[in-house]
Design a protein around this ligand. Sequence first.
Ligand code: TXA
Ligand code: MG
Length: 359
Amino acid sequence: MLSFSDESVSYCVKALLRGELVAFPTETVYGLGGNALDDKALEKIFHAKGRPKSDPLIVHINSMVQAESLTEMTSFQRQCFDILGEAFWPGPLTLIVNASKNISKLITAGGNAIALRIPIGEVAQSLLKQSQLPLAAPSANRFGHVSPTKAQHVLDDLGDYPNLFILDNNQSCDIGIESTVVKISEKKSLSILRPGAISSLQIKKVLQDKGVSVEVKIIKREIKISNIGEHLSSGMEAPGQLLTHYAPSLEAFIVQKKELIDKNSQLFSSDIFKDAVMIDFNASHKNLGKLFLKYFDLSESGNPQEASRNLFQFLREAESIKNAKYILLPNLMSENNEELNAIFDRIFRAASGKYVQIN
Ligand code: TXA
Ligand code: MG
């Protein structure tokens, strides 16, 4: 682990130029960076994370000009890319457009599209500017685990990987969940593949203001909802198979909102509260707090930004609590609040879509 300074950045830039990996903080989460133009470095990224090569990588750049040699955009893509890049970069938005033919298949997973982002943050910006390299950087966690928002999280997940440098700025990542991922189609629509701090409404508005009126589709979560009843009664025989993404090592459930409880939802009885860690929101279950092994609140005042900053840290803390068996998570699904929905996307995945009700 290296403290952020001019010297440590220069040291890391040299490492990147040699084809080594550097984990660095961005405003969203820590990225595991490698030279996007060096296949040996890209191989290391997949190897370090245990990530399948079917999952394409985001490339981080330092300016919109740097996108030129990496892309071959249609005129519609170019138009949307310029408007959205101008409006939201540097920032928590990833744009997917047609890739240049020269791009490594390791980045595109064999497809013809590339994901690009200019991140905020002194550390990320200095690495990108000083190296002048496009940096492929997925979140710096083991594949499928919770994304890291502190240098220590990266150390916990990837610390054993040889010659990996972790740049530490002694802060938690400000936003705390990953960027909004938007795919710009070749001709006339946009799809949000992953929700994040930048909402579909913001995106639509910025485009409309520039006279581009397009459909912005939100791709629904694809996840198999397991049968909760079977799950709670059968001694969790294979939680690993059900946990998909952002998965903590404990079994997680979403607490069903009282007003939404249907007669089929599983009751989580109070005798197992003592084995459970509750991660609450807006003090909804504060009155029950003492009954749980540990009680956290993402934001007692119901602030979405605070909640997003805390979620991954609390999931990781919950994992390390002795004797904990379950994590209970809040149902943040909302009709009209995209910020809450973006956080809930991670919660839903952490719980593999499983709901319980508690008294
Ligand atoms: O905030 C973020 O985006 C962070 C920081 C480090 O920038 N990065 C991040 O990367 O979350 P990663 O690899 O963990 O997630 C990238 C997501 C993956 O779900 C991947 O499948 C998708 O973006 N993706 C990347 N390239 C793509 C492409 N060409 N087509 C479709 N999806 C793509
Ligand atoms: Mg990731």
